[in-house]
Each structure stands twice: as C-alpha cells, then as structure tokens.
Write a protein that binds this ligand. Structure first.
Ligand SMILES: C[S@@+](CC[C@H](N)C(=O)[O-])C[C@H]1O[C@@H](n2cnc3c(N)ncnc32)[C@H](O)[C@@H]1O
Length: 184
C-alpha cells in the first residue's frame, strides 16, 4: 500500500490507527527479531494495518507455522489479504475476540504475539482486556512483543507480564520503541 493511502486511513481513523506512518524496515526487523523459527509455530499479529510487519513475520516463520492476523479495518484487511501464503489466517475482527478464534481453529495456546495496536489511544479498559488476554493465551515462555512511539505504557507491560525488555529503534522514521515481555 502506498504511504499516502496509509496516511489517508490514519487521518480518517486516528482513534484506531494511532499513527500516520506505517512501520519502516528497521522497526519491522526489530519486531520480528525474537521469532524462534523452530519453536514458534502459532504466532498472532495484532493490528496488522496494511501488513508492513506481516510479511517480515512470514519470512521468519517456519514452513509449518501458522500466523493469525487480527485487523479491525476492512479496507486494510483487503490489502493484507493480497498476501499469498497458506500459513496466514486473516481475521477482520478485534484482538479482544482472540479466544473465539482460538476455539474455532482448535488452538490451545500461542507461542508468540506481535502487536502494533495503538494502546495509547484505545480506551484503557479495552487495552487492559487485550493485554490480559494476550498473557492468558501465551504458553509459559511465550513472548509478547509490542511497538510504540513513546515509553508511557512501559509500567503497564511490566505489571501485567512481570518483566520487560525495552529497545529503542533509532533508524525508524519516526524512531520508536519495542517492548518485549515473556510469560513466566
Ligand atoms: C499503528 S497501526 C500499525 C499497522 C502496522 N502493523 C504497522 O506497524 O505499520 C495499528 C493498527 O491496529 C489496528 N487496530 C486497532 N485496534 C485494534 C483491535 N482492537 N484489534 C485489532 N486491530 C486493531 C488499526 O486498525 C491499525 O491498522
């Protein structure tokens, strides 16, 4: 998707998008750096936008892995849906409904969650619900990876997961943070 089209969607739906730029290469690479090809067989991506990070995840995943992608915007889903890959299961619904889809696809737990949901602009209740659910569905040792352009929610991730590693991605435009927590 062209940058200008992403900008158009962002301006129209700022309360859901939380940014006016899609993730650049450096951010996508950092977000997917921790994927363990051998052991991460069930991966969830929350807030895929037009799929900037999605393709990086697919490139790093095992041929036997599955990627469940949640995106609420139907037009952006249409763009992600153009990716031809049998491992990708695209869900045009909110991440808060992840358990429903886990039941549907017979998944008991998730190995890795990669999220770009703009929790800073979402209602706090919804943010807490998605984060708590994410923790619940992860296997022990599974990881939750989140990007932001500010450090405001660091404490929240630490309180929900009990641990947090933060990384500053200098060369992204704009520069941003990647937060990683592991389910203990
Ligand atoms: C900042 S954009 C990130 C897009 C892309 N992953 C990237 O990094 O360029 C955040 C995306 O999260 C989606 N989103 C917001 N709330 C959501 C929710 N509850 N469940 C799933 N996706 C959501 C928005 O529609 C938007 O496309």
């Amino acid at each position: 998707m062209k940058k200008v089209k992403f900008l158009f969607h962002s301006l129209r739906n700022f309360q859901e998008m939380g940014t006016v730029v899609r993730s650049g290469g450096p951010m996508c690479r950092k977000m997917t750096q921790f994927i363990d090809k051998k052991n991460d067989l069930i991966i969830m991506e929350l807030g895929a936008g037009d799929g900037a990070i999605t393709s990086h995840i697919l490139n790093k995943m095992s041929p036997d892995a599955k990627l469940f992608v949640f995106e609420i915007n139907p037009e952006l889903c249409e763009v992600v849906g153009r990716i031809q890959d049998d491992r990708l299961i695209l869900i045009n619904d909110g991440a808060q409904h992840m358990e429903k889809y886990m039941q549907k696809y017979n998944i008991s737990q998730v190995d890795t969650i990669i999220s770009a949901i703009p929790f800073l602009v979402l209602p706090e209740e919804l943010t807490n619900e998605i984060l708590q659910l994410s923790r619940n569905v992860l296997k022990t040792g599974g990881q939750f990876v989140q990007m932001h352009y500010s450090k405001s929610l660091e404490k929240k991730y630490k309180s929900i997961f009990g641990n947090l590693q933060s990384y500053f991605v200098t060369f992204n435009i704009p520069p941003g943070y990647v937060f990683r927590s592991v389910k203990e």
